[in-house]
Design a protein. Structure first.
Length: 161
C-alpha cells in the first residue's frame, strides 16, 4: 500500500505510471460519503484527496473517485446525472477484504448490506454491500475448505471473531 502523498501528483506522470490491467474510476455524488464508506467499511486508504478527486487503495488495488461536478462537461457526467443507483450490474470485487468485517461496518459507514457474508461454492466467502451512490462492492476472501482453514490460514469462525 502506498503511503499518503504529501503533495499533489502530477496528472500526466500519474497516468503514465499506471500499469496494464483494469482501471476503476467512480463518479460520486458526494465525495466525503464515498470516502467514508470506502475507508470505514472496506478499509481502503486515501493516497491523495482534493475537493473533486481522490486516489484510493485497498487490498493491492488502486482506483480513483471523481465528483460529479468534475465531469459536468463530459458525456459520462450527463449520462449519470439524476441516477439514484450507479453501476447497475457491475460488482466491484475487492479480493483480500474480509467480508465479515466489511459487512459489520457498512451501515456505520453510510452503506447497506445487500447480501450478508456467505461461503460460496466457488471457493470464496463474500458479501454484497451497497455504497451511498448505489455501487455494489463485493469484499471477498478464500472460504475455508470443509473442516479446514482458508488460504489466509484462518478458520471461518476465527475470521468472524
Amino acid at each position: 500500500m502506498k503511503a499518503r502523498l504529501e503533495e499533489r501528483p502530477d496528472p500526466a506522470t500519474f497516468g503514465r505510471g499506471l500499469g496494464p490491467g483494469l482501471g476503476i474510476n467512480l463518479l460520486v455524488s458526494d465525495m466525503a460519503a464515498a470516502i467514508a464508506f470506502q475507508t470505514g467499511a472496506l478499509g481502503a486508504e486515501i493516497v491523495w484527496q482534493e475537493a473533486d478527486f481522490a486516489i484510493m487503495q485497498g487490498c493491492g488495488a488502486t482506483w480513483m473517485l471523481h465528483a460529479d461536478r468534475a465531469y459536468r462537461d463530459h458525456p459520462l457526467g450527463r449520462a449519470v446525472a439524476g441516477l439514484v443507483a450507479r453501476g447497475g450490474g457491475v460488482e466491484l470485487r475487492l479480493y483480500g477484504c474480509d467480508p465479515d468485517r466489511a459487512a459489520a461496518r457498512a451501515e456505520a459507514a453510510g452503506g447497506s448490506v445487500l447480501c450478508p457474508p456467505l461461503d460460496k461454492p466457488h471457493g470464496l466467502r463474500e458479501a454484497f454491500l451497497i455504497d451511498p451512490d448505489g455501487y455494489v462492492w463485493v469484499p471477498g476472501i478464500p472460504s475455508a475448505e470443509p473442516g479446514g482453514t482458508s488460504l489466509s490460514g484462518m478458520s471461518a469462525q476465527e475470521r468472524r471473531a
